[in-house]
Design a protein around this ligand. Structure first.
Ligand code: NAD
Length: 315
């Protein structure tokens, strides 16, 4: 964390995702200083002007300006949303090679600035881009995290809340693994308050496993559906990134499913994947290892293998 009291976020990539995040940071009063960087400098300048013109209506003041990599030196968080958006029909892994090149041109100057904060990555395929950020920066892996399955988990809780007719905040369930096609829900660890959701299937006629599986499939296909309808997804991820940012800057010790480097957890190494983590001002305070049954453990291993293979293919 930076030494000053001022909370400072640098955003690299002022496209749809980046600016949804920035707009949300402003509306939720998350930091005192927000720097916008983009390879398209004019775009970053225009976005800074646009946000500044909303300050008179905001609930607090924020210093917002288009800057350069030297501004990262005293930042608490550098959030990377730069890259190319997923095209209709294109898988997240197809994006890898295009986005890997972009990252070298970003992470090198950020670290050269003397930046000593936390990297937060949204660019897809996010687990691999986060691992690339870790490799390029040489940072402690606890200070490099990706949005992972945070948004997928929010989608899951919302859909389960609707189905079970309860407030999603009382639904405790996670999407884990790759943010992508091999992600899955470990149902053995899904709870309504303290009641296992699988037990509800056994005891209630209104809740059935088939519908739960459909909900998991809906979550997994949500991005494709939104992209088909409106070409890109950005509000949800902007809010998920803001939630993670608040957990870091507020030193919250909140549990969020971010992309984190596994160092033996779930029997995995050399991979970044979405898992429930305790997040605070140091980044990932700890990976919370939930108890997977045999089938879930196998699915998690498969997901990690896919991520490891695509990272290796890219090199
Ligand atoms: P976008 O095209 O609107 O914006 C990308 C921005 O990155 C552009 O402003 C572009 O100029 C900038 N950029 C490109 N190369 C750069 C460089 N070298 N340095 C600095 N800036 C550079 O795209 P978008 O819709 O905002 O999506 C951004 C990324 O977020 C994509 O990879 C997308 O797949 C991903 N995404 C992730 C999630 C998630 O859940 N993690 C959800 C939605 C989208």
């Amino acid at each position: 964390m930076a030494k000053s009291e001022k909370r400072k976020v640098v955003l690299v990539g002022t496209g749809m995702v980046g600016m949804s995040y920035a707009y949300c940071l402003l509306n939720q009063n998350v930091c005192e200083e927000l720097v916008l960087i983009d390879v398209d400098k004019k775009r970053a300048e225009g976005e800074a002007m646009d946000l500044n013109h909303g300050l008179a209506f905001a609930s607090s003041n924020m210093r917002i300006y288009a800057g350069g990599y030297r501004d990262c030196q005293d930042a608490d968080i550098v959030a990377i949303c730069a890259g190319v958006a997923q095209q209709p029909g294109e898988t997240r892994l197809d994006l890898l090679k295009r986005n890997a090149k972009v990252f070298k041109s970003i992470v090198d100057p950020v670290t050269a600035s003397g930046f000593n904060g936390i990297f937060l990555v949204a660019t897809n395929p996010v687990d691999i881009m986060t691992r690339i950020t870790y490799a390029l920066s040489g940072f402690n892996p606890r200070r490099v995290l990706g949005s992972g399955t945070a948004l997928d988990t929010a989608r899951l809780r919302y859909l389960l809340g609707e189905y079970l007719n309860v407030d999603p905040r009382n639904v405790h369930a996670y999407v884990i693994g790759e943010h992508g096609d091999s992600e899955f829900v470990p149902w053995s660890q899904a709870f309504l308050a303290t009641k296992p959701i699988t037990e509800l299937c056994d005891s209630s006629e209104d809740v059935c496993m088939d519908r739960l599986s459909e909900i998991a499939a809906e979550v997994q296909g949500a991005a494709y559906k939104i992209i088909e309808a409106k070409k890109a997804t950005y509000y949800g991820i902007g809010m998920a990134m803001t939630r993670i940012t608040k957990a870091i800057l507020g030193d919250e010790n909140s549990v969020l499913t971010v992309s984190a480097m596994l160092r033996g957890e779930y029997g995995q190494t050399d991979v970044f994947a979405g898992v429930p983590c305790i997040i605070n001002r140091n980044g990932i305070q700890r990976i919370l290892e939930i108890s997977l049954n045999e089938e879930e453990q196998q699915k998690f291993e498969d997901s990690c293998r896919i991520l490891r293979d695509s990272y290796d293919q890219m090199r």
